[in-house]
Design a protein around this ligand. Sequence first.
Ligand code: RP5
Length: 169
Amino acid sequence: MSASNPVDVIILMGSDSDWDAMVKCHDLLNDLQITHDVQVASAHRTPERVMEIVSGAPARGVKLFICAAGMAAHLGGVVAAHAHCPVIGVPMKGGMMDGLDALLSTVQMPPGVPVATVGVGSSGAKNAAVLSGQIIGLTDEAVAQRVADWKADQAKGVAAKNEKLQAKL
Ligand code: RP5
């Protein structure tokens, strides 16, 4: 059944096998306190279910979709064809080209129907959450502040790693 609660973001995954990577996105959205829903719905295996979720999104106040798929990754493109809000695509590893196939399937959209495509796998999943925070932060100061704080913590982490390395040299 389709959830009907209000959320800022819907994460769609072509398969539950995408979860190991997409949990990074889910966790960071939680850290940024961005409300979201996660659903398995496939552009190829359950196209009607995808449409049901996309058509119900405006009533839920959804601001953007994050679509993760591997192989012939058409999920982001199909959602972008029907949704009026931004769509972020996350290509998944696996398949004959281990993610390059999904990257090209996701990013090479025809002019006029963009899918904002991030990198392959868990790095892309995390970046999809950061990008979501930045987009939502344009109109939500509290989210913008949490993204800024998160980035400052990340920078502190890099500085700490550098200090650790310098101590070994
Ligand atoms: C895609 O096919 C999914 O997004 C997944 O990345 C890939 C393989 O799916 P499973 O066979 O693991 O269900 O549609």
